[in-house]
Design a protein around this ligand. Structure first.
Ligand code: 3NM
Length: 227
């Protein structure tokens, strides 16, 4: 257990909501053909990932359920929260700790109604107006990106470090910088004011998943003075 949540008490609800985290890792199976999602994500957890998201735009509902259940068991073993991208009914079914929504997905209000107050809701934002709306609407955290161009979301215009600085200066709920973040540029992202980062390809596409996760998580923690 990394002490992010109080998992005791009533069932397996995310009792403590979102406590602090440094390295958020999202699944990206295209980056590791032939390797199981749980194996790769376990390496990321061993390297220091402290929150995990299942993001899968292509699997059948049955496949998605199987992956969510696998990741649920894995994240429980490591004592970190599991967030489900978009599929709120799946999050409820597997008793995940929360959902992550895009601007085009279900509204924050509707998600909150369905999930209740004890679960985590995160929202992707790409401009300060969206960040303000998410904060006002009661999101637990926001995504801020894509900071850099990324093959994981091809063709999306980067928000650049300027947006990271803007959010760091104004928004009070936790935010996670995302999009094209690698060991080579993470220091710039931290310098711009990010206290948490998120990555897909740099971690799950690495030939050393655990080592890359460790490197990124140590950079984030040391920039926060917590290493
Ligand atoms: N959301 P990588 S950027 C899933 O800006 C996702 O909201 C983004 O993948 C956003 O670490 C992104 O491989 C892709 O660049 C992140």
């Amino acid at each position: 257990m990394r002490g992010l949540f109080d998992f005791e008490g009533e069932g397996r609800r995310a009792m403590g909501k979102l406590n602090d985290f440094s390295l958020y890792v999202i699944t990206g199976e295209n980056y590791h053909p032939g390797r199981a999602i749980s194996e790769v994500m376990e390496e990321a957890l061993q390297g220091g990932a402290d929150i995990v998201q299942l993001r899968d735009k292509t699997s059948s509902p049955q496949e998605l359920l199987r992956k969510a259940q696998e990741l649920k068991a894995l994240t429980r073993r490591y004592g970190v929260p599991l967030i489900i991208n978009d599929h709120i009914e799946l999050a409820i079914e597997v008793e995940a700790d929360g959902v992550h929504l895009g601007q085009e997905d279900l509204s924050l209000q509707e998600a909150r109604r369905l999930l209740g107050s004890s679960r985590i809701i995160g929202i992707s934002t790409h401009a300060i107006e969206e960040a303000r709306a998410a904060e006002l609407g009661g999101a637990d955290y926001i995504g801020v990106g894509p900071v850099y161009p990324t093959g994981t979301k091809p063709g999306v215009k980067p928000v650049t470090l300027d947006y990271v600085r803007q959010v760091a200066a104004e928004i009070t709920i936790p935010f996670v910088a995302i999009g094209g973040i690698t060991p080579g540029n993470v220091d710039d992202v931290l310098e711009a004011g990010a206290k948490r980062i998120c990555a897909v390809s740099a971690i799950v596409g690495s030939s050393d998943v655990k080592g890359t996760a460790r490197l990124l998580s140590e950079r984030v923690r040391s920039s926060r003075g917590s290493v």
